[in-house]
Design a protein around this ligand. Structure first.
Ligand code: ZN
Length: 131
């Protein structure tokens, strides 16, 4: 039995079927177009594909990962920092910064397994957070 739910878009009872990986095209300013595969609900009645909170969290994470890959070729070592220093800059816990970075609120690149946030994006985040 596939997992179903009432469609969030048209309301049809049990019409939305859970799909593990639906490819979604992402176009972002300053990035090459890319496709991410993300869990979603697809409605058999209205054809709409949508994600709930949980599915969207996966989507944002995958977008952030792809951005990190593309940024790896563009960003200089002097333009990135560590999560620890980012936490100091933002007066936040390292864990909270890690969460924001993972969600894509701050762009990063991967150095080994380390997420290295981009300094100008930390500054941007600091500005928008207080605004
Ligand atoms: Zn529907």
């Amino acid at each position: 039995m596939p997992k179903t739910q009432d469609c969030h878009v048209c309301g049809s009872e049990s019409a939305a079927v859970y799909k593990k990986a639906i490819p979604t095209d992402i176009k972002l300013k300053g990035f090459k177009k890319f496709t991410v595969e993300c869990p979603s609900w697809e409605c058999k009645s209205c054809g709409e594909i949508y994600g709930g909170k949980k599915e969207n969290a996966v989507l944002y994470e995958k977008i952030a990962q792809e951005k990190a890959k593309q940024l790896a070729n563009k960003v200089k070592a002097s333009e990135i920092t560590s999560l620890t220093l980012a936490a100091k800059m933002l007066h936040m816990s390292r864990q909270a910064v890690h969460k924001a970075v993972k969600k894509g609120q701050i762009n990063y690149v991967l150095i080994g397994n380390q997420m290295c946030p981009i300094i100008k994006d930390i500054e941007h985040y600091a500005e928008t957070r207080t605004a």
